[in-house]
Design a protein around this ligand. Structure first.
Ligand code: PLP
Length: 226
């Protein structure tokens, strides 16, 4: 079996091989499949940028690490469907929320951010492929909401996120990532004056293609923790 350091080195080599701007790529280790116990050796290796898709699991892991007297500078990235009524539980924990998929959620995050005096970095999740099973804003709905999203002063909208359909077809994956990048360029011109810097795209089965198409954040679960 490969060691954690070997796995990380392998991924870093691929980032340098596939990305047009490797220095801008951030690896998010999606720890949702791991218990705190299983996570510890990764933390000891310096894997601090973690992605989770459930509020309760972040809370449990934070509490568990505290109980064990372990202090690490963890950067939690929330990557799943976030329910409005749970925003209050993680607002002071998260470094970034990747999954803004409706205006009411954005408004709730904005409101809670104001109560703790923080500006929250967020990404807008786009359902580029139009697949019904996928979370995320449709392009049309998002475009319509953009002016209102931009008026939320305690959100720092830093980019876009998407998930490609579950397929091994590289060109199908590529089309989705290219579409996200095209939306980034369009909306940067029309609405954001270049502020959309991040493209969170690429998971264990498609991150190489996502890197080629300009991902700045890749979210790897199985690739790192299996
Ligand atoms: C689980 C998950 C990932 C990681 O998936 P892997 O296929 O294990 O790499 C990435 N992004 C989101 C939104 C997820 O829910």
């Amino acid at each position: 079996m490969k060691s954690i350091a070997e796995k990380l080195k392998e991924i870093q080599t691929e980032i340098e091989q596939f990305s047009p701007h490797p220095e801008r790529v951030k690896l998010i280790a999606v720890s949702k499949y791991s218990t705190t116990e299983e996570l510890l050796p990764y933390l000891e290796e310096g894997v601090y940028v973690l992605g989770e898709n459930r509020v309760q699991v972040i809370q449990e892991k934070v509490a568990d690490l505290e109980k064990r007297g372990k202090k690490f500078p963890i950067e939690w990235h929330f990557i799943g469907n976030l329910q409005k009524n749970k925003v209050k539980y993680i607002i002071d924990q998260v470094a970034m929320i990747h999954s803004i998929n409706k205006l009411s959620l954005a408004e709730e995050i904005d409101k809670r951010a104001k109560t703790i005096g923080r500006k929250i970095p967020v990404l807008l999740e786009v359902n580029v492929s139009g697949e019904e099973s996928k979370e995320g804003y449709s392009v049309e709905d998002l475009e319509q909401d953009l002016p209102k999203l931009l008026s939320l002063t305690s959100l720092s909208i830093q980019g876009l996120m998407t998930m490609a359909p579950f397929t091994e077809n590289r060109e199908e994956q590529r089309k989705v990532f290219q579409s996200l990048r095209a939306l980034q360029e369009k909306w940067n011109q029309e609405f954001f004056a270049g502020a959309l810097q991040e493209l969170s795209m690429g998971m264990s089965n498609d991150y190489q293609v996502a890197l080629e198409e300009g991902a700045t954040m890749i979210r790897l679960g199985r690739k790192i923790f299996d």
